[in-house]
Design a protein around this ligand. Structure first.
Ligand code: SF4
Ligand code: SF4
Length: 472
């Protein structure tokens, strides 16, 4: 029986409820009156249910689809302005005991080099990331209780926060590791992590079990209930995601939103972020052997419909997507992107030799961070290196209430300008710097409160004279 408040995976992600949602949305895909009603409701910016959002995703009326895109774009502007938050992944270890059939780190892959960073190597990677200009990382590690126990992850987090190279500073570490116990989530919380990210991969239980034939990840319920344990362990901000291409995208879309509704119903706060990765080839994985791949157009529609359904949830796109695709989805709802990423264990400090590559997936956007920053500014976006919220205790429901009242904008915009200024002072190329300074000058006039504007101007001067780390 479908029950969003249940703590049992098969009740809050009820298979029959998803099937009913899919047949309902299919049946109503030409129902103009219903679709227009849903669009009207979405204009209130309070979100949509998984059923309503599924109808929009299924909508086959071209003019109404254009309205859906326009609304997603408007909501993106209203909630996130023209800011895009930057981050980079840091792979710690690719030892893994699981058998995920879509990931080259699966345990039976004997051809991929296995690597695990020592603390000295973590330090070198972090210095390289700081020298690029990054302030926010997402750490990644395979599941392996012997090689990557929680103590190893905690030690790495400690090391990352302890490195301060020149003006460099990693100010927020998000963590993407396997589902674990409440006790371990508590340890991660105490280590000062930002968001705990765990991709569901697929919400379809039968497919999930087939795609994860061996290892602890095979347990669908343990994996799906992980966010509840994380929240029980005190982690306020969690990040959801599915790997599009494994199952039917409409099934995943409904499951993702049901998971968000469940978190809201039980914990009073929905997901902090949603990621939208698509399956990619790497090492012994051939993405074309998966039948459910989606086109760029469907991908864009998914992004737009998520933006409308959960306006307060940040949305992340990685370098799995190429420049063209990233450009297309930025204005439809994406609020965070990675740049200059390496998806192998090591590789920032020193390039991996050609014959010993350990990438988890092939990167489609190979540009440097400076190139990505410049590209964003050329499109009038403000690349932001802000990490203020969790450092100011604005997490979980406190964060969400600031979002819902719109007050968070008063922090995001000035913080974006000040952190961009730091980037321009310390890391940018000449061209990027020139473009960025002009952008900051222009954007200063968009700070409505004169007192706030004056403080930001003062801090921008302070940054120019060498001071760092100002935030609202
Ligand atoms: S997806 Fe994660 S758990 Fe699965 S094989 Fe890859 S690293 Fe291991
Ligand atoms: S102020 Fe908070 S919500 Fe806004 S960009 Fe910074 S960390 Fe994100």
């Amino acid at each position: 029986m479908y029950n969003p408040t249940s703590l049992k995976a098969e009740e809050f992600i009820d298979h029959q409820e998803i099937l009913d949602t899919l047949s309902y949305s299919e049946k109503e895909s030409h129902n103009r009156e219903l679709i227009m009603d849903i669009i009207e409701k979405a204009k209130e910016r309070k979100g949509l249910t998984h059923r309503e959002a599924s109808v929009l995703l299924a909508c086959e009326e071209e003019d109404l689809n254009q309205e859906i895109y326009a609304l997603a774009e408007q909501i993106k502007k209203d909630f996130y302005g023209n800011r895009i938050v930057m981050f980079a992944p840091l792979y710690l270890s690719n030892y893994c005991v699981n058998g995920c059939v879509y990931c080259p780190y699966h345990a039976v892959n004997k051809q991929i080099p296995r690597k695990k960073l020592t603390q000295e190597e973590v330090r070198k990677e972090v210095i390289a990331l700081q020298d690029m200009g990054h302030k926010r990382l997402a750490i990644e590690a395979g599941e392996d209780p012997v090689n990557n126990p929680i103590e190893y992850i905690l030690e790495c987090i400690d090391t990352i926060y302890s490195v301060h190279h020149k003006n460099g500073d990693i100010r927020r570490v998000n963590v993407n590791i396997a589902a674990t116990t409440v006790e371990n989530y508590r340890k991660l919380k105490d280590a000062g992590i930002g968001t705990y990210i765990l991709f569901q991969e697929t919400y379809h239980k039968e497919s999930y079990e087939a795609l994860h034939p061996t290892g602890p990840k095979h347990d669908y319920a343990y994996h799906t209930e992980a966010m509840d344990r994380a929240m029980e362990g005190g982690i306020d901000d969690v990040g959801l995601g599915v790997l599009f291409g494994l199952e039917l995208y409409r099934y995943e879309f409904a499951g993702l939103l049901m998971h968000a509704e469940h978190l809201e119903a039980v914990h009073g706060v929905g997901p902090h972020t949603i990621s939208v990765p698509r399956i990619r080839s790497a090492n012994d994985i051939d993405a074309s052997s998966f039948d459910n791949g989606i086109s760029d157009d469907i991908f864009a529609k998914i992004v737009a419909c998520i933006r409308i359904a959960v306006p307060y949830t940040g949305m992340i796109v990685s370098t799995r997507e190429n420049q063209e695709c990233r450009e297309k989805v930025l204005h439809l709802g994406i609020s965070q992107i990675s740049g200059g990423s390496k998806t192998s264990v090591g590789g920032y400090y020193e390039a991996e030799p050609e014959d010993a590559k350990s990438e988890q997936f092939d990167v489609s956007d190979n540009r440097t961070l400076d190139e990505v920053v410049k590209w964003l500014m050329e499109m009038d976006y403000i690349p932001s290196f802000c990490t203020a919220c969790y450092r100011e205790g604005r997490t979980g429901d406190r964060f969400m209430s600031l979002c819902k009242s719109g007050q968070i904008q008063n922090c995001c915009h000035p913080n974006a300008l000040m952190t961009l200024k730091e980037y321009l002072e310390d890391y940018a190329s000449k061209d990027t710097q020139k473009l960025g300074l002009a952008l900051i000058k222009k954007e200063l006039s968009n700070i409505p409160n004169p007192k706030v504007r004056a403080i930001v101007e003062e801090h921008l001067n302070d940054i120019h004279s060498g001071k760092r780390d100002f935030r609202f």
